[in-house]
Unconditional design. Structure first.
Length: 62
């Protein structure tokens, strides 16, 4: 598993509320939802190669 690093994040309250609802719908924590969305955006932009299933995070819903 890849190393995890803590990063403080300032986020608009309305955006956070929307992410919380989305995370609840997907049965993820807010942190896992934010990481999932960022990872997908990075893949689509060609900035992060697709991980193998063995290396995928258990909580990313894939």
């Amino acid at each position: 598993m890849a190393e995890k690093k803590a990063y403080p994040l300032r986020i608009n309250a309305r955006v956070l509320d929307a992410v919380q609802r989305w995370a609840d719908d997907e049965l993820r924590s807010v942190n896992a939802q934010i990481e999932y969305v960022l990872r997908e955006a990075l893949r689509k932009a060609g900035r992060l190669p697709r991980e193998s299933q063995a290396g995928a995070d258990v909580h990313d819903g894939e």
